[in-house]
Structure formats: C-alpha cells, structure tokens
Design a protein around this ligand. Sequence first.
Ligand code: S3P
Length: 437
Amino acid sequence: MSVTSHKVAALKGTLLVPGDKSISHRALIFGSQGNGASEIHGLLESEDVIHTAQALQSMGVNITKTKGKNKATIWRIDGVGTGGLTEPNDVLYMGNSGTGARLMMGLVSSYPFTSFFNGDESLRKRPMSRVTIPLAQSGAQFLSHTGEKLPLSVTGIREALPINYTLPVASAQVKSAILLAALNIAGKTTVVEPIATRDHTERMLKYLGVEVESGEHSITLKGQPELKAFDLTVPGDPSSAAFPIVAALITKGSDITLPNICINPLRIGLYVTLLEMGADIEFKNKTEVAGELVADIRVRSSKLKGIKVPASRAPSMIDEYPILAIAAAMAEGDTIMEGLEELRVKESDRLAAVAAGLEANGVTHKIEGDTLTVTGGKATGGGLVETHFDHRIAMSFLILGMVAKKPVGVDDVSMINTSFPNFMELMAGIGAEFKKA
Ligand code: S3P
C-alpha cells in the first residue's frame, strides 16, 4: 500500500518509541540459553523479532506472552541451557531480518544437527559468507544452491572447535554470531574487531554474570557457561527514535520528548552528528538499565548546517544514513557522508535507494565511490519513492514529506512493521499527516 506524507505545522508532545531491535533479538536468544525462566519487559514486538522467537520455539524453547500486574506485556522464556536446543522441526524463516538470520545461524552452528534458513526477497539477496566463513572454521557446514545466500542449511558437528577470528568488516552481527556459536563450544573463542561495533551481546553476557575478557580490540568468551535466568527491560530503540528526532528538528516550532531511549555510546553516531550540525537535543535523566545507558531525549526544531561525517563514525550510525540524508536536505550547505560501502548490503542497496528518493523529490545530491553528498535547502517533493522492502527508506521519505513543498509518496509501508510497529500512528500523534493512497 502506498502512502503520501504532507507538510505539517510544529510537532509537539511525547512519543513512546518501541523497544530496541538489537537488544530484543539478543534478549530472546540469551533467555533461551538460560537455566530457568527469564522475563522480558518492553520487547520490540516487530516482525523481525517475532521471527527470532518463532525460530527458538521450533527448537524446543517455550516462549509465552503474559500480562504483568500493571497490564504491561511480559515475554517469558523457559531457558533450555547452553547446549539444550533440539533440531528444528521446521524451516527457520527469518523474514526481512539480517540480524535474526545471522545471529541464529551462529547459535545453531555449534549443534550437531541440521537447520534450514530462509527469508523474504530482500534477505535472500544479502551476503551470508561474512558469517558462514568464520562459523565453518568451528566445523559447521553450509549448503546453498545460490552460493552464499539464503535459502541455506547449516549442519554443525558434535565437538565444534573454538576459533580466534579477526572481523574483516565492522559488523556486530558477525561478532555476535561467533559469540553465540561459542556458547556451545568448549574452550575459548576470541573475536578481534579492529573497529568497535555495537556491544549489546557483550553487555548482556556480563549482565547475566558471564565472564567476558575484553581486550582493547578483542572479546574472549569461555564456552559452555552457565547462564542464569534474568529479568530485563528493553529500552527504546535509538535507531527508531532517529525518525521523530529528525522530523522535529526540521519542522519549525517543534518540541517533542522521547522517554527512555538507549544511548549506548556505540549507537549514537547520528545524535553526535546532529549536535555538530547545530541540533537542539537534550539528554535528561541518564541512567543504566540492564547494563545499557538510557535517557529521555528532548528535541526542539533547529537550524542545521552541513558538515563532513567521517567514515570512522559509520559503525555507530550504520542504520541512520537514510534519515541523516533527509536532515541534510533541510540543512544549510553540503553534508558529506563518507565510508558508506556497507549501505549497499542492507535491507536494500540503501545508497542507491536514498539517491533515487532524493532525485525524485528534487534534492541535490551526488554519490562518489562510497561517499554521499547532500546539498541542503531545496526539497520540492512530489515524488513517489521506491522502498525496495526497506523499512528505513519508507520512514525516512515519509519524514521528508513533512517539510517538502509538495507531498512525498512511498510505494509501500508494510515493511515498517519489521522494526517500528505503529510508526504512522505514533507520528500522527505528534502532528504528522499521512494519507493512504
Ligand atoms: C545489528 C547490527 C548492524 C545493524 C543492524 C542490527 C545488530 O548490522 O545494521 O540493524 O543487532 O547486531 P551489521 O552488523 O551488518 O553492521
């Protein structure tokens, strides 16, 4: 279904951003590996995360959804302990989720059974050799008639081997896949990451009382640990919060508050960038919840100016370039974003999808190698954007429509449910105007 987004007046109010996607996947997976029942509050109930829950259920993990005293939803997971999964009774269908697919491929790869993975049209195009290469070093075998891509099968061996692996690409998914495999491998597994990536896996392991040795650029995990059951509250997703934040910054007279957002230092590259561009963003009531930093965020509309965003910042804002391109379109001067190679292998080729969307809506921009430059000040709108099964492309261009001269259309909004259910309703609650075509 296509939707158009229309010019709006000031955005005002409080918006409750749903739970963090990365932490939600990991909370379910670690819950499954615990000894006893874990409870998760604030789990992101998006399609991506539900696929991870279903994959665990098909390997014998009991997962139920209940209501707590204050009617809040609690997800209860009866952990089977490390080594306790059973051979899946069905294909593990991971939908649109690269994180779900890669993390679960890691988890099952150290079990002596066969699992079959599949996903939607977008996921079937994404590279998997970045996980199959290291996981094969432990003894797992991967079969795929399309080379390295889904659909593929994973067959682990009885006594999988610990490895010492240096990540060739900065990827928290690959790091986490190796660490999850290590949960069922005797001995010490080490991952070396030359460039730091989001560290939710390591933080959660520590929160669960597992000893993790952290070097300057390495993480070592001693396999087959006893994981205790836990109670965990998932903070709001900083990558989802990015959409209302940019919307408020570029819409005159706006003042919004987003309570309880995860501000893990390895996730806030966009916020650092926006502050450098002149954004009025305040972080209030900073606290730590289950090993993660959390804050309430207040945003007021601001005059932004273009800056150069260094490649070294990319891992801490890898999902945020589409929405940064929208902020850049409304900033004064050029915003130069370097080191965007990884954008080519996300839910879509995001570099191409962003450029096509900007082109369709009269925003001046250029791509040179893996650098995107957006020249601010002119967004005529009026274009229809192809989303290519990519939730972040859909949300980003709906935000552009809120400030462009003419409405902006996106061809499909269904994928937004993979990460940010109720995005349109929540944005409408602070003043956005969307119309279904
Ligand atoms: C994620 C890591 C990132 C990010 C994705 C979530 C994770 O992917 O883009 O949305 O939860 O580990 P890469 O590891 O491919 O950079």
